[in-house]
Each structure stands twice: as C-alpha cells, then as structure tokens.
Design a protein around this ligand. Structure first.
Ligand code: FES
Ligand SMILES: [Fe+2]
Length: 338
C-alpha cells in the first residue's frame, strides 16, 4: 500500500533550523516540532506532549533535548521521555512513554521529513553546487492542493492569459508537445518554441533559435522546468509542492541558471521576474480553490491537458494506495496553440 506519507517532504531550509530553536511545521495535516539534537542532527517529533498534550514546538531546547512548555517533561532525539521534573531523581524512563519520531534527512540546504516508509530519495536539485550556476530560492504558500499547484507549474496554455507580457503573449503559434508517462514521472518536450518569451526574449534568445524546453513531474510533488537557449543560457525551475493541508501547499521554488558572464548581474532580475510570475499564479490558484470548495472538481480536458491527465493518474494512484510505477508507459504527441 503506497501512500503520500511514504515520500520525503521539505520541512525547513537548513539555515532556518538553528541549534537551540524549535520550529512548528505541518505536513499532510500532521503537526511537527522540528529541532536539532546535540550533534546537530534534525529531529522531527509529533507536536504533542504525551503528558497533557501541550505543543512541544512551544518548548525549549536544552543540550539538544526538547522540554515541554507546560510541566517540563524532557524529550530526547528519539521522542523518548527522559525526564519528568515532578519526579526529579525518582523518574524511571518507560519504553512506551514517547512521542512519535519521524525520519529526517538534510540535502541541498533543505531538511526533509518522511511520515511513513520512504520509497525513494528526495529529488536532487539540478546543477546544485555546480560551478558556473547561480541560484535563487523562493517560498510561497498557495491556497490550493498539491495537484493543482503542480499542474500550474507545468502548464503552457495559462501563461499567455495569467502572465501576459512577462512570460508569453497570445500569438496563436502552434507548439508540438510529446508527453511521456513512465515510472511515476511525466516528461513533456516542446517543439517550435522560439520567440514568445516576453521581456526576457531578447536576452535569453537573441538569435531566435529554437528553444529546447522540457517540463517534468516527479512523483508525488516535484516539477522541474528546463529551458536551454544558446550555449550560454540554461535555466532550471524546480518546484517542490509540500502538502500542508488539503487546501494549503507550501511551494519551494529553486531557480538555477547559467547565463555565462551575465550570471551575477541577472540575480535581481531573475528574482524579480519569478516573484511577479508567482504572485499572479498565487491569485489564480486561490480563485480556483474557492470554486472547487463550492462545486468540487468536475474538470474537462482537451489534448493540451495531456500532461495534467498523466499527473492526475499518478497522484490518484497514490491516493488509492497503488504504486503509480505500475501504470503502463504512455507517450502521446499533441499540437496546441499559444
Ligand atoms: S503537557 Fe507536556 S509536560 Fe505536561
Ligand atoms: Fe504560471
């Protein structure tokens, strides 16, 4: 039985989990208290004291142990109660006196938590730490679920209407797309894109050559958009959509770019453009969620939505407890217009 809990999710940026500090987080509706133990290892405990249910995330860290804010029970890195102030020296640890402890790992500046049995490692960010690459990271809370966020991040047809000018302008240009579902992943490759890239078009693609553009979805919650222009312009936008509740998703967006000699100069421009684009998507996704809350989902599709249909097939399989890697491989070619 596969479930959404069996994957790694970002709970914090490494730099924000300082020793001696506790963070309150929520993943898939589960409340977590996150802190570092004496060795600097990230610890994730259920955010509920087993004594009288105060929130551990409101407590204090002393020598890498977490002290409940109410009666001061002390929890170690395993979630085991190792001290009760009211018992002083009389206290004898009991095996079952513990709160749930979840596996964590730290990778590429993120702390990940898994609420179940991890079936695959966290997605490795493209070009992370590679020479010649700049990166920026943005974090936003979307008022919608993971499926709809993911679909938005790899959806060309919305760009002309939601991001007019910045990203694309409607030109009724035919774009060919080859979409492929394989092993819990979806890959879409686009052809005949060349000049419709808004403000950045001149800089990114001054020669007007054909652009190499690939969108990817990696189960259960990662999208990666790759643009390759000439030899000196290469860009990845990776979004990790972390399920907080059914209507709330925390999205970590990592933009990695290699613009050659323009790398440093481009940082504020990339940041500002990403901010503008995300602000527009935040709005449209909040509107969509309001309608879904009232009317439910009874979506209709055209062939341009093939990528979304594949994403939905994968996420629906997990929701039903099935392994989407068992779904048959499928490749579809579609032409649509932007
Ligand atoms: S509720 Fe946590 S110590 Fe009492
Ligand atoms: Fe968008």
């Amino acid at each position: 039985m596969m479930k959404f809990e069996d994957f790694w999710y970002v709970v914090a940026e490494s730099r924000n989990l300082k020793p001696g500090k506790v963070l309150a987080r929520q993943i898939l509706g589960q409340w977590l208290a996150i802190f570092r133990d004496q060795h600097g290892m990230a610890i994730a405990l259920e955010d509920r004291c087993v004594h009288r249910h105060s929130r551990l995330s409101c407590g204090l860290i002393k020598q890498g142990n977490l002290h409940c804010p109410y009666h001061g029970w002390i929890y170690d890195h395993r979630g085991q109660v190792i001290g009760v102030p009211a018992e002083d020296q009389q206290f004898k640890p009991r095996e079952n006196l513990r709160t749930k402890c979840y596996p964590t790992m730290e990778q590429e500046g993120f702390i990940y938590v898994c609420l179940g049995e991890p079936i695959q490692p966290p997605f490795a960010l493209p070009q992370y730490g590679k020479k010649g690459w700049q990166r920026i990271r943005l974090i936003h809370r979307f008022a919608n679920n993971v499926t709809n966020c993911v679909e938005n991040f790899i959806d060309i047809p919305h760009t002309a209407s939601v991001h007019p000018g910045i990203f694309r302008t409607a030109q009724r240009q035919a774009i060919k797309m080859i979409v492929d579902r394989h092993q819990g992943q979806v890959k879409a490759e686009y052809y005949n894109e060349n000049n419709n890239l808004g403000w950045w078009g001149k800089f990114l693609n001054s020669q007007g050559n054909e652009i190499s553009h690939t969108d990817r979805f990696i189960m259960p919650n990662v999208t990666s958009v790759e643009y390759k222009f000439s030899s000196q312009r290469h860009l990845f936008i990776t979004s990790q959509s972390v399920p907080i509740t059914e209507q709330s998703t925390l999205v970590y967006t990592d933009v990695a770019f290699n613009y050659g000699m323009w790398n440093f100069f481009a940082i504020p421009l990339v940041w500002w453009t990403a901010k503008r684009i995300i602000a527009q998507d935040l709005k449209i996704l909040a509107i969509q969620q309001e309608v879904i809350a009232k009317y439910g989902t009874n979506f209709n599709h055209t062939p341009a939505d093939t990528i979304h249909i594949f994403v939905e097939s994968i996420r629906t399989a997990i929701a039903k407890g099935e392994d989407p890697r068992q779904l048959p491989d499928k490749t579809v070619e579609v032409t649509f217009y932007v």
